[in-house]
Design a protein around this ligand. Sequence first.
Ligand code: ADP
Ligand code: ADP
Ligand code: ZN
Length: 216
Amino acid sequence: MQFVFLGPPGVGKGTQAAKVSEKHGVVHIATGDILRKAMAEKSPLGVKAKGYIDEGKLVPDALIIELMNDRVRQPDAKSGYILDGFPRTMGQGQAFTEALEQNGEHLDGVIYFSLDDAALVERISGRRSCPSCQSVYHMIFNRPKNDEICACGTPLIRRKDDDPETVTKRLSVYGDQTAPLIAYYKELGLLSEVDAGGDLEGVNGKVEEVLQGCSR
Ligand code: ADP
Ligand code: ADP
Ligand code: ZN
């Protein structure tokens, strides 16, 4: 099972990828999580990425492509993966297609999650994230059992780039740089659209239907 979850910030890609990962035993690879971990560790990648992320811009393709080509070749990705937040530009998408082809591999499909901007802003503004285990909650739609504490015991945080100003910037970057991938994957015959409105379980049912239809 090799899928890409595509869609705007806050649409629920990470939440659905986590569910699929648990149910099907495939690894959930989220570029944003990898980059935030690198920033917390102040690794060379983290130091380079920080300025872009804080401003709501994309980290340059050259850094991301190498990182992800390497990541999908790790042993834990052998039995399948869900990519969440990658590819995010046409350059990344084309480079990834080529890298897969060179290895005689292919994607099973791409799920495009769609939702209007008002609902995206509502989801992002209530989002709380665990800096330790990367779990994601929502203060209204997916509440932590203990207020502001993750199930793993770590206090939840609000991501710095989830502030309203940066979110506006990220939505416009998405429209300019990421949305063209919808047509790209449609052309390749890989795209399925899932309406991301509705609750977590409802959306998950639609995702499972697509996964079953596409897996070979
Ligand atoms: P969201 O949950 O809003 O979709 P992510 O956690 O996926 O956000 O990404 C957070 C930030 O990390 C992005 O705004 C961007 O700066 C950077 N980032 C994540 N994935 C990529 C990528 N594939 N290419 C470039 N930058 C990325
Ligand atoms: P993305 O990875 O696409 O940026 P997330 O999975 O982080 O999105 O979800 C964004 C926010 O919306 C989180 O607070 C999450 O708990 C919440 N969320 C996810 N799916 C739904 C849903 N179907 N209904 C309501 N809220 C949701
Ligand atoms: Zn946690």
